[in-house]
Design a protein around this ligand. Sequence first.
Ligand SMILES: Nc1ncnc2c1ncn2[C@@H]1O[C@H](COP(=O)(O)OP(=O)(O)OP(=O)(O)O)[C@@H](O)[C@H]1O
Length: 368
Amino acid sequence: MTTTHAPQNLVTSISDTPVPSPTTSDNAPNYLRLRGLSKSFGDTPVFQNIDADIVQGEFVTLLGPSGCGKSTLLRAIAGLTDIDAGEIEVDGEIITRLPPQKRDIGMVFQHYALFPNMSVRDNVAFGLRMRRVAPRSRRERVEETLALVELGDHAHKYPHQLSGGQRQRVALARSLVTRPRILLMDEPLSALDAKIRQHLRDQIREIQQQLALTTLFVTHDQEEALMLSDRIFLMGQGRILQQSDAESLYTRPASAEVAEFVGAYNRLDARAARRLLGQHVDGRKLALRPEALYLMEENGQGYLPPNPGPACTGLIVKRQLLGNVIRYRVDCDGMTLNVDTLNRGRRFLRPEGSQVVVYADVDEARVL
Ligand SMILES: Nc1ncnc2c1ncn2[C@@H]1O[C@H](COP(=O)(O)OP(=O)(O)OP(=O)(O)O)[C@@H](O)[C@H]1O
């Protein structure tokens, strides 16, 4: 919409809709259950009292800052790290005290850990050989799995003859070939460059859906988590801070900690909230995504949000190109705001130093 009119103040109530309690899709029965898991290294706690339920075929991502305990939790589920307390259940069976090889869980690590002196085919066959699967069905399953990860033509090669992405696909095939009940992936894409990373990310999701394989995937990359997952468990300070689908996590973060990790927020004090939203907020902390702020020229050209707050005149003090998005830093008489707009082309770029009018979409303000 293009307008030359100053908008009415249409402020309604600020959204503080509670975040829905953790749900699993379609009321399917829980397949992987974590109950009261705790782990410390010496006196240093890593996670405490972790509870979670994951349904069969679900793709769940553990997302969180470095050192928050994601890998340790994954390794505990795989049986590679002991836990101090709690129970792990898979398909109704308590596996907490089983050794890793008896858990029927596949794991893919950041670094592929392939046998350098074995061909791709033999690397993939290794787990089946250990399980004494007969040669004929071993061959069939290896071929089938290599086809699944699109490596059929590379079966005779050795790891050093493969690219990073191909090596990671061998590692994936090696985990899938034993038909695990659960697949755990610990930052499997972090060592790869951006292009291969995107391709393999899509391929992992396709294969996981094709096999309806219950998967737990660790990353600290929020874009990866938002794009891949049925649900995301956001971890911080040794706890799961929020369990929800990507959309709820992004649009309805449960706390300031979650909001700060997923996307960027403008934090508004009471004065800023009154100026931008036209509301008195009783000392509550408010937050607004940069994309919920809209810029208009002083002559009224531009787009208005669906439910605009009062006009705030400001000065662009910084402009950053984030690719398809431009982030403007706008100073509105001492109130500094980040405003994101779509990068529609050079004609629409606003120079640093120019005067603009900022409007907030009141419906997008969150109490945090
Ligand atoms: N074997 C160990 N002995 C002692 N401390 C450990 C051990 N393994 C991990 N830690 C500590 O436990 C904490 C959690 O580590 P963990 O690797 O699980 O975190 P993370 O969230 O996966 O981090 P990153 O994203 O950097 O991989 C860290 O403080 C780490 O230093």
